[in-house]
Design a protein around this ligand. Structure first.
Ligand SMILES: Nc1ncnc2c1ncn2[C@@H]1O[C@H](COP(=O)(O)OP(=O)(O)O)[C@@H](O)[C@H]1O
Ligand SMILES: [Mg+2]
Length: 357
């Protein structure tokens, strides 16, 4: 196991800069998710850590040693990709042990390590099968087994679950987390899926166009997004964003919407009268028939039951706002919907800079 540190890492393809100077310190044993939209540079960054992509500038250290000049093999990392890339003519056991064989490890030791990994991944019954005789989830598990047997210092995952159907994705996600809790190998996990990042990681790094927008624990990012980008990216359903202008009475600031609705905001927010702001309301903080805080009301535009909860979309100052309410709540298309939100739950951003206030 090892720490990983990136010091002002840059990448350019020809004249095009895609990574603009990223610094990160990942602790030994930590599980870090790099999350961001497609094309933001996640895979490029991961491949530079792996040694599969040249670094334009900056320094990468693994376990305290600079690895810039090292081959991927010398870095002692294992990578799990979206495509499993198993050898079709080899059995599960042969696939899992192949890299060890190449490295000249003896047969008894290979067998022991494959057996140990198979036990951890629940593959013991499948060791003699060929990849074609496995389900997608089982193949992905073999790909992970192949990484584990090498006992690497660091695991790198690049969207490993993207090819699986929704149900299997959730199951494999749990398995990856359980595995990390057992082996505690430093892990860097790339995904565009914020739920995956939230559920798996000790720490999330949000990337956008080759830059870090914010990093923190899942709940820090959820509770205190530093800017509009992170606020919109983390949380599902996504945060509602409304245009407003700051005014207020008796020292309590408020954001006034285009129809005159005033949304009171916590008095410690650094706003000034007349400031153009974006008001952020999490759907799960809009509770119907509450007693406290701001009252927001409008016509119901859409009712989407999901079972335990129902998503109610209602009109507020000409914009569609989503509220997540209890599944037992009787929402009705066309009816008036009334929700409350406490001032402390209202997020407020400068509309020009996008920064949280
Ligand atoms: N070999 C390459 N040559 C030129 N541009 C590339 C190459 N690989 C990736 N890029 C560009 O770098 C950016 C980041 O790509 P990538 O790291 O694959 O993003 P992500 O994994 O976040 O979807 C994209 O704009 C992509 O088009
Ligand atoms: Mg990618």
């Amino acid at each position: 196991m090892a720490s990983v540190s990136l010091n002002d890492i840059r990448k350019a393809y020809g004249a095009v800069d895609v990574i603009h100077g990223i610094s990160l310190d990942i602790e030994d044993g930590e599980f870090v998710a790099l999350v961001g939209p497609s094309g933001c540079g996640k895979s490029t960054l991961l491949r530079m850590i792996a040694g599969l992509e040249e670094i334009t500038d900056g320094e990468i250290a693994i376990g305290g040693a600079v690895v810039n000049g090292m081959t991927p093999r010398e870095r002692n990392i294992a990578m799990v990709f979206q495509s499993y890339a198993l050898y079709p003519h080899m059995t599960v056991a042969e696939n899992m042990g192949f890299n060890l064989k190449l490295a000249g490890v003896g047969k008894p030791q290979i067998e022991a390590r494959v057996a140990e990994a198979a036990r951890m991944l629940d593959l013991a019954q499948l060791l003699d099968r060929k990849p074609a005789q496995l389900s997608g989830g089982q193949r992905q598990r073999v790909a992970m087994g192949r990484a584990i047997v090498r006992n690497p210092a660091v695991f790198l995952f690049d969207e490993p679950l993207s090819n699986l159907d929704a149900k299997l994705r959730v199951q494999m996600r749990s398995e990856i987390k359980t595995l990390h809790q057992k082996v505690r190998t430093t892990s860097i996990y790339v995904t565009h899926d914020q739920i995956e990042a939230m559920t798996l990681a000790d720490r999330i790094v949000v990337l956008n166009q080759g830059r870090v927008e914010q990093q923190g624990t899942p709940l820090e990012l959820y509770r205190k997004p530093a800017n509009l980008f992170v606020a919109a990216f983390i949380g599902s359903p996504a945060m509602n964003m409304l245009d407003g202008t700051v005014d207020g009475e008796n020292g309590q600031p408020a954001a006034r919407l285009s129809d005159g609705t005033a949304i009171r905001i916590a008095s410690d927010r650094k706003v000034r009268p007349g400031q153009a702001v974006t008001v952020g309301l999490r759907p799960e903080h809009l509770t119907p028939d509450g007693k406290e805080g701001n009252v927001l009301a409008g016509q119901t535009l859409l009712v989407e039951p999901t079972g335990a909860q129902t998503h109610v979309v209602f009109d507020l100052a000409g914009q569609s706002v989503t509220a997540v309410v209890d599944g037992a709540y009787a929402a009705r298309y066309g009816a008036r919907f009334e929700a409350n939100i406490a001032s402390e739950q209202v997020h407020i951003f400068d509309r020009g800079t996008g920064l949280a206030l």
